[in-house]
Design a protein. Structure first.
Length: 166
């Protein structure tokens, strides 16, 4: 069983309906969703007949880490028109050692490709998402390089060095 994890808001900016449909259509997948939002009720109703989809609500840090430690792939189901270049959940997944299946093109797609840490799929396409999840699993080796990009200590060193040149 391949376990997909999603942490974040459940609203119109996120294509979680496709993620639910993808899991419902494939007995080899399960989905853990942590968070809440205005679309949660609709999403719960959509997933009600599938025991492989679990809604966890808001999780504290310890429980979120535990959920991510059980996952095989982190999910970034965002629409390109959300105007998000690199969502913070990408850093959370990388820190947890998870390769990513993402529907964001542009900067996120380039980071996943450059570090071989995940796969980009087409939003609103359950078949594309299922294929991306399976492909992303094989890209776990690239995740540490992606995680290093988000290391606060390293980021701040570069920021301080830049600021000192001003």
């Amino acid at each position: 069983m391949i376990r997909i994890a999603y942490i974040g808001n459940m609203s119109l900016s996120y294509d979680l309906a496709t993620a639910i449909d993808a899991v419902k259509g494939d007995d080899g997948l399960c989905l853990d969703l942590a968070g809440a939002g205005p679309d949660e009720g609709t999403l719960r109703a959509r997933a009600a007949d599938c025991g492989r989809i679990h809604f966890h609500g808001y999780l504290d840090d310890k429980n979120m880490r535990e959920m991510l430690s059980r996952a095989d792939v982190g999910l970034v189901p965002m629409f390109d028109d959300s105007c998000v270049g690199v969502p913070y959940k990408l850093a959370d997944y990388a820190a947890a050692g998870l390769p990513v299946a993402s529907s964001l093109h542009g900067e996120t797609e380039e980071l996943l490709r450059r570090h071989d840490a995940g796969t980009t799929y087409c939003a609103k396409d359950a078949d594309s998402l299922r294929a991306a999840v399976r492909d992303a699993i094989g890209k776990r080796a690239g995740v540490p390089a992606l995680a290093a990009l988000f290391d606060a200590e390293e980021l701040y060193k570069g920021y301080v060095a830049f600021a000192m040149t001003l």
